[in-house]
Design a protein. Structure first.
Lengths: 215, 215
């Protein structure tokens, strides 16, 4: 397998964690978003829209992080990253999709670039702060006091939701969001960060780490 | 089962199609977004963040449309809405997640409300138009010329991706987007619209249809 990844990309980080939790070996192919390498014709053959990450497994190219995690679970089921019952899996997917649609969809790279160009840095920061607070509140509600929340998002073993939770908080910390209102998310994050799979996947431990000061 | 739905909601429309394709009976509970009913305390018990749709199946409440479709497929597998092979399922999910994260995440109700209040109608329309063109191009690339594209998104039977494709184009048409650049999507949409499940799920055929002139 090959993973097209960028060290600081929140989306790439999710898949690095999932691959590490499943103990799958892969070739790390860096796509330097800071240099615009995602727009190179060579990468456009892997992803026509130039997004990272892309996972290549033999003949199959898989896009979209929530879809990549489902694919890995189907093709490499052991160890499983999803709960055994349908209601539990629905809970995990509900969290993953909130990260994908509401957090990433509204504050991802392309949206930030559009806002910066159209309205400037002050408005971009205002936009990010608005959705960061709102989404943090939403995500915290999905874990705080829920009977299935354990040491990790669902029970006491790390799973698919944790692959999205940790990068979401990384993204928020990078942009100096106050996380005081999300104590349960932070507790789970801290449990994750001591786990070897999460350490291996961490942005600062990737081969392509380099200065990147973009907001 | 109960579906909390609003007739004009793109997200609700997706799940109405999926339920109809699976021939599942359900109680339709209207949440009038035009009157702000999603913020009522009663609905907040179903969805803490006040989003529609929510699907209630016995004890289980399921949120996020991409997660609801996965749940329905797992618990009510016949007829299946997903391809038989993992690569095909990854393709379907790639399309669904592009609709969810890139289209809905950037142009959904809450984002439109924020832009309208912060920047006004002209800027809201500019924003919508920017992402509409971009996402239409992205989605068209996922179907045009792909060997698995048939009468429908994947082959010649309607499936999970079509549950997202038709509402996506409904949303774009509602805001007067030019669809000329997406002939394959429009062809698939037209095939869907003659199918009884899609007719039953159509916004104009819901019990709560009523004037709603919001952008």
């Amino acid at each position: 397998m090959q993973l097209y990844s960028y060290w600081r990309s929140t989306s790439s980080y999710r898949i690095r964690i999932a691959l590490a939790l499943k103990r799958l070996e892969y070739e790390y192919i860096s796509v330097n978003l800071n240099n615009g390498e995602q727009h190179d014709p060579a990468y456009r053959k892997i992803h026509s829209d130039g997004q990272v990450p892309s996972l290549v497994d033999g003949e199959t190219i898989i896009h979209q992080t929530a879809g990549i995690v489902e694919y890995l679970e189907e093709v490499y089921p052991d160890p499983s990253l999803f709960p055994e019952n349908a209601a539990g899996r629905a809970r995990v997917r509900g969290f993953i999709l909130a990260c994908v649609a509401e957090m990433q969809g509204r504050t991802g790279r392309r949206v930030r670039d559009y806002l910066l160009e159209r309205y400037g840095m002050d408005d971009l920061k205002e936009w990010y702060g608005h959705w960061a607070v709102r989404n943090l509140e939403l995500l915290e509600k999905l874990v705080a006091g829920h009977p299935d929340t354990g040491k990790f998002f669902h029970g006491d073993q790390p799973g698919a939701a944790d692959c999205f939770l940790v990068p979401a908080l990384y993204n928020l910390r990078l942009r100096e969001t106050n996380l005081d209102q999300a104590p349960t998310l932070v507790r789970i994050e801290q449990n994750c960060l001591t786990h070897p799979a999460f350490k291996a996947a961490a942005p600062e431990n990737q081969i392509d780490v380099a200065p990147d000061t973009r907001y």
